[in-house]
Design a protein around this ligand. Structure first.
Ligand code: ADP
Ligand code: ZN
Ligand code: ZN
Length: 804
């Protein structure tokens, strides 16, 4: 018997399965999707079995055999193995990268196999008893005989034993010490009688045990309950009244929270229509994708919840993706509130151990719903009934590192595998998705009203150029300042939003206009006020703020631009009584900080929530009646064809934070380009007119969704080499792709140097290019076998979320 194994070495010539012979001892157990340890070159590496077969082309003298089988239950299903092949072809990644991305990091780390008795009443065969030698759990060694291993496999299937891959390091399966009281009361009586009357405490304990023969209780709980010391308990245990046992528990990030169970709401007509269309496809086992386009606060989440409820009732599972889960605790809680312990939460804020525990709950089918960020799309469910992507337009669904997959594509792939619907939800759908819905490729569902008919907030656009002309040099327009004062007087809350993407506070010479740039990267250094230092956000370089201009020696060098800290200071000056909470990368570094800040705000402990992008979504507080956008323009000027779309989305999302409940909301948007259509349409929350206008522009310049785009980036320490290879690649692509395909560039990237590496890029724009995967694969091959050795790095990003 032979196994095809993908080994944990990401390099071109190795990106294929290698044949290994399967030792007799593993034959009954090994399956596709199991992890193995195999010799590779002169070392041992982790590998994944992707197929089993009875013959190999490898000559006998060259054959190597599998060193160790790490899983009795494969960690990857057949579905996942098939998905890997698809990812390899469509994202041009190494197969090993695709395999690894599906697993929690704990399974990529160190491991040991632990065998445990689950059912204590079952009679174990002698060979297995010998293994345990009275113990409750043992490490399973690789050298057990085939017979023993088959027996173990059977007993695991029968739930008599459990076999876990326990992770060494800190992230091991978490255990608590339990006291298992002897079930035999005659025996307990004897123990009781043998304890001398002086040892009163011990007698008390055994007396309690007599009343609770056979009980199992957490050791520390028992100490508390009986008010005894550990020493007393130890004595009693020594005498045989009970035993200590370690029991596996899950780390529960939600343990200390009480969550009320919510019941389902009576749907509005629009919600009802949407739900029944989804359930219709669900009942028909149709792999249909729906775009649920609903204005902010229109009750999309309630539709998700009720659709999921149906899947759960049928014993099926649901995956819910949210853009960045630590930013949206309110959203997560709504799933917990509805489905309680059926919900697992996967997000980047969890420790490796917590993630591993959630993953195991999913794999074992102990939960039915997963709520998580991008990588949760790989949740190892095996009976999926529904997949949901909330805020489907968000760029975070695309992984910008290899494997460069989009969660939406994986969702649709899995829905085809399970014949179940996908729901893409958004108030501001991506142009691609809306275009597909209009063409009928997706089902279009619309929620045009809020459930209680609350009006969308009124949006005022303030022209900041006028403010300046009238002598107002503050970052607050008169209108915004006045609106803030009114809310403070009425004790209502507000959100101030600073759009900082592609924009930061930099140090500028007022005399010659020099901006202090990083010496490794062609990008301005960011000013950090609290440390009085400047830092490069690309390479980490940092230094003192210069006191003299490096160019002209002027002393008039100081920082420029607006950071949240600066806004906070300005607020303190203008509204000394206002209580301000600041939420940005600096104040949310600590685990759970987002949630804490939001909770404080929800409890009314602050008047103003001031923040960056991270406060744009998910916030839902009844007392927010004002949203202020300090400068709408910064995303507009990105060198990216999605700049207008991103601006429109951001403005619409932040506006949606105001007036979601009974109180009316108002939005004030400050801008230097009030005439821009993205800002104009956002003022009226007009997605469809925005879509039409933006589609005209995209059509004119042949950008997606009218074409597909591939971004290829080249970096090298030598600028000439960078340009040379970029040209080589572009020319090669021109020769090998059809005439209707555009190859734009190569040209220097908009950030033309990072960490001393020069950056060039070229863009492929195509409508139809059936051989593209093969052509790109061939390019990749040239790169991996030759160019890479010359120090070039090349990356290929299909459907990039940004082309900067
Ligand atoms: P979205 O996800 O579209 O932004 P939500 O699902 O958060 O909207 O709904 C906004 C508010 O409306 C929430 O407070 C929610 O509880 C409430 N809501 C949703 N559906 C209904 C309904 N059918 N009846 C009453 N209230 C509803
Ligand atoms: Zn100067
Ligand atoms: Zn730098």
């Amino acid at each position: 018997m032979y196994a095809e194994v993908i080994v944990d070495v990401a390099a071109y010539p190795i990106d294929r399965p290698f044949d290994y012979s399967v030792p007799v001892s593993f034959r009954a157990l090994i399956e596709s999707g199991s992890r193995v340890k195999v010799p590779f070159g002169n070392r041992q590496v982790l590998g994944f079995v992707t197929a089993l077969k009875s013959e190999t082309d490898v000559p006998a003298e060259k054959q190597k055999s599998i060193g160790e089988l790490l899983d009795i239950e494969p960690v990857l299903t057949r579905e996942m193995l098939a998905l890997t092949k698809w990812m390899k072809r469509h994202t041009l990644c190494y197969e090993i990268d695709a395999l690894q991305v599906m697993l929690p990091s704990a399974l990529r780390a160190k491991y040991e196999k632990v065998l445990r008795i689950v059912n204590k009443n079952a009679e174990l065969p002698p060979s297995i008893q010998a293994l345990f030698q009275q113990k409750e759990s043992v490490e399973l060694k690789a050298d057990e005989s085939n017979e023993v291993l088959s027996t173990i496999k059977r007993l695991v299937k029968e739930d008599i034993l459990s076999l876990e891959t326990a992770v060494k390091q800190k992230t091991a399966v978490k255990k608590v010490r339990m006291v298992q009281v002897n079930a035999d009361s005659t025996h307990l009586n004897t123990v009781y009688d043998n304890i001398s009357n002086q040892a009163k405490k011990q007698k008390d304990v055994v007396k309690w045990m007599l009343d609770h023969a056979g009980t199992r209780i957490v050791s520390t709980d028992l100490l508390k309950l009986l008010n005894i010391t550990n020493a007393v308990l130890q004595e009693v245990i020594k005498k045989g009244a009970a035993t200590f046992e370690m029991e596996e528990v899950y780390r529960d990030p939600y343990a200390n929270r009480t969550i009320d169970i919510s019941s389902k709401l009576a749907l509005t007509n629009e919600q009802q229509v949407a739900l029944s269309e989804i359930l219709h496809a669900y009942d028909a086992h149709e792999a249909k994708t729906f775009l649920l386009h609903g204005i902010t606060g229109s009750g999309k989440t309630e539709v998700y919840l009720q659709a999921i409820e149906r899947a759960i009732l049928d014993g099926k599972e649901a995956i819910v993706l949210v853009p960045e889960i630590s930013l949206t605790p309110q959203m997560t809680n709504r799933f917990k509130e509805r489905f309680g312990a059926h919900v697992a939460v996967l997000h980047s804020g969890l420790s490796t151990g917590e993630k591993y525990d959630e993953w195991r709950k999913i794999k074992r089918g102990e939960v039915k719903v997963v709520v998580g960020a991008r990588s949760a799309i790989f949740a190892p469910f095996q009976n999926i009934g529904l997949i949901i992507l909330d805020e489907e337009h968000e760029a975070t669904y695309k992984q910008d590192d290899t494997p460069r997959y989009h969660a939406r594509d994986i969702a649709i792939w899995r829905s085809e595998y399970y014949h179940c619907p996908v729901i893409l939800g958004s108030a501001t759908p991506s142009l691609e998705s809306y275009a597909r819905a209009k063409k009928g490729n997706y089902g279009l569902l619309t929620l045009a009203e809020r459930p209680k008919k609350q009006a969308l907030p009124e949006v005022s656009i303030i022209d900041m150029r006028e403010q300046l002309k009238n002598g107002n040099r503050s970052m607050f327009s008169l209108e915004l300042a006045e609106a803030i004062q009114i809310r403070l007087d009425k004790q209502e809350q507000m959100v101030l939003f600073l759009n900082r993407r592609g924009h930061s506070s930099f140090v500028l010479c007022r005399d010659c206009g020099t901006v202090v740039e990083c010496k490794n990267c062609d990008i301005s250094m960011t000013y950090h006020r609290h440390q009085e230092r400047i830092k490069c956000h690309y390479c980490g370089e940092e230094s003192q703020v210069p006191t003299l201009c490096p160019q002209c020696n002027s002393e008039h060098i100081r920082f420029f631009g607006t950071g949240t800290q600066k806004v906070q200071e300005e607020l303190a000056r203008l509204f000394p009584a206002a209580r301000v909470l600041r939420m940005d990368v600096d104040t949310t570094r600590k685990k759970g900080a987002h949630e804490q800040l939001l909770q404080q705000f929800g409890e009314g402990k602050a008047d103003i929530l001031l923040g960056t992008q991270m406060i744009a979504k998910g916030l839902d507080f009844p007392n927010i009646t004002l949203v202020g956008v300090l400068s709408a323009d910064t995303t507009l000027h990105l060198a990216d064809f999605r700049a207008a779309e991103k601006t429109f989305q951001l403005l619409t999302q932040v506006s949606g934070r105001a007036g979601r409940h009974d109180k009316e909301g108002k939005v004030i948007v400050q801008t230097y380009t009030p005439e821009h259509y993205a800002i104009q349409f956002a003022q009226n929350h007009d997605f469809v007119p925005f879509y039409n206008q933006e589609m005209m522009n995209r059509k004119q310049y042949a950008y997606p969704p009218f074409t597909y785009v591939v971004l290829i980036q080249f970096t090298h320490e030598d600028v000439l080499m960078t340009a040379e290879y970029a040209h080589k690649a572009a020319n090669w692509l021109r020769e090998n792709l059809s005439d209707t395909t555009d190859i734009i560039g190569p040209s220097a990237s908009s950030i033309s140097r990072v960490q001393n590496r020069y950056r060039y890029q070229c863009l492929i724009k195509y409508k139809q290019e059936p051989t593209l995967p093969e052509v790109l694969q061939q390019l990749t091959r040239m790169y991996r076998t030759d160019w890479m050795k010359k120090g070039l790095l090349m990356s290929i990003d299909l459907n990039p979320s940004s082309i900067m």
